[in-house]
Design a protein around this ligand. Structure first.
Ligand code: UDX
Length: 441
């Protein structure tokens, strides 16, 4: 089988490389000449564990290639995937579909045999129909079907998510297209992955429903965590106590500074707008968006409170600035709210992140960047953990204590145990757990 993948961003590159690992011949296309040049040289423009080896192996096997030429990529292809960006449109929160529609027009101009046009980009309900209309309009003789095949890839574990997914969702309007999609995903049928074959609209909505549900789950546990603090309960035990109920499930019940990243903030907002537009508002998700926005801002207040009510003239050591570990992605990271708020309150921020500093330098002006975690804490008045990178889980606490002016730690990811931290002599605060050592489990 042969496919073309339009867009070598995160989703396109991971999906393209993974399909080639399935034995499919994949040609990835992008308009960005320097990106294609870099990929041809074997340089991977994004940070994703395992992706460089996967790409190298499949390029060497002749199954994966990169080009600027869509016509070349679509020659003999069974399917062409659209994996371009759908950013939030400025002003109204809707998804910006201009890249998707531009891709549809270019596909139309190059369609010369039956091809399935598959949307992988996260697109509002109805976009598949619109893509179909654009192609039919541009090239009335085109022989094609449109399918929707949303991705459920988490940054940092995207390859595993693609190769061993909980499910695959495919929306099509024809049996012929369904058959092409089944053949593409054959290796997953062999490992008995559930495949949800449905309509275009249903597949499109399923993606948003999944992401907004997860965002709501995180927001729920974040609010329960705040309540735990007021009543002296431990949120981790609550999460375990409810999560062991199979109807609830254990995952995505980890409290923190609020969800960020390239998907949840954008998708929650886009679904809220779609729902309002068709007169079926999703009030629960509107509230989730509002709570999460406010939460990120409130996190700076927690840090200020832990520093005795003021950070003016003080230095805050920040560990982690990316929206989660194992990525260099800064999109909607809580640090983008927290760090400027600390600076506005008069603090100097010294920070370290294992992968995100290059991106963060542009987004967080005025931060003093350190070479490692200890460098960020040297002479600081307190330390705040914003992202749970593994290397922050095993800090030499004695060394941390000697570097800090005061042994104050604000752990927004609950990396450490309150009892251990009290024993190590830290004034330690975390999310949703009692701080007094006697109360620790
Ligand atoms: C998400 C979805 O998981 C994925 O299926 C979809 O296709 C893209 O969006 P991603 O944004 O890469 O993936 O990260 P994810 O691991 O889902 O985390 C999103 C945010 O939620 C992060 O800021 C993370 O810190 C936060 N989170 C996640 C929590 O605060 N608590 C949790 O229990 C889980």
């Amino acid at each position: 089988m042969r496919i073309a993948m339009i867009g070598t961003g995160y989703v396109g590159l991971v999906s393209g490389a993974c399909f080639s690992e399935f034995g499919v011949h994949v040609t990835c296309v992008d308009k960005d000449a320097s990106k294609i040049e870099r990929l041809k040289r074997g340089e991977i423009p994004i940070y994703e564990p395992g992706l460089d080896e996967l790409v190298a192996r499949n390029v060497a096997a002749g199954r994966l290639s990169f080009t600027l030429d869509l016509k070349e990529a679509m020659a003999g292809a069974d399917a062409v995937f659209i994996a371009v960006g759908t950013p939030t449109r400025r002003g109204d929160g809707h998804a910006d579909l201009s890249y998707v529609y531009a891709a549809a027009e270019e596909i139309a101009a190059n369609l010369d045999h039956y091809t399935v046009v598959v949307n992988k980009s996260t697109v509002p309900v109805g976009t598949g129909r619109e893509v179909k209309a654009i192609i039919s309009r541009t090239n009335p003789n085109a022989d094609f079907d449109v399918a929707s095949n949303p991705e459920f890839l988490r940054e940092g574990s995207a390859i595993g998510d693609f190769m061993r997914p909980d499910r695959v969702v495919i929306g099509t309007s024809s049996e012929r297209a369904a058959e092409v999609m089944r053949r593409l995903y054959r290796p997953l049928y062999l490992i008995e992955t559930p495949i949800v074959l449905t309509s275009l609209e249903t597949a499109e909505l399923t993606k948003y429903a999944a992401n907004t549900f997860l965002a709501a789950k995180i927001t729920f546990i974040n609010e329960i965590a705040d309540l735990c603090e007021k009543v002296g309960a431990n949120v981790h035990d609550v999460a375990r106590g409810i999560g062991l109920d199979g109807r609830i499930g254990k995952k995505f019940l980890h409290p923190g500074p609020g969800y960020g990243g390239s998907c949840f903030p954008k998708d929650t907002l886009a679904l809220v707008r779609t729902a309002q537009q068709v007169g079926s508002p999703l009030r629960i998700i509107e509230t989730v968006v509002d709570i999460n926005d406010k939460r990120k801002k409130q996190m700076a207040e927690r840090i200020v409170a832990a520093c005795g009510g003021s950070v003016s003239g003080k230095t805050v050591g920040v560990l982690g600035v990316t929206f989660k570990p194992n990525t260099d992605d800064m999109r909607d990271a809580p640090s983008l709210d927290i760090v400027p708020a600390l600076q506005a309150a008069g603090a100097t921020v010294r920070a370290f992140d294992p992968a995100g500093m290059h991106e963060a330098e542009k987004l967080l002006p005025g931060v003093v960047w350190a070479k490692d975690a200890y460098g960020a804490l040297d002479g600081a008045d307190c330390v705040a953990i914003l992202t749970e990178w593994n290397e922050f889980r095993a800090l030499d606490l004695k060394r941390v204590k000697t570097l800090l002016k005061e042994p104050v730690m604000i752990d927004l990811r609950n990396v450490y145990n309150p009892g251990d931290m009290a024993a190590a002599g830290f004034a330690y605060s975390s999310i949703g757990r009692p701080t007094a050592p006697s109360q620790n489990v």
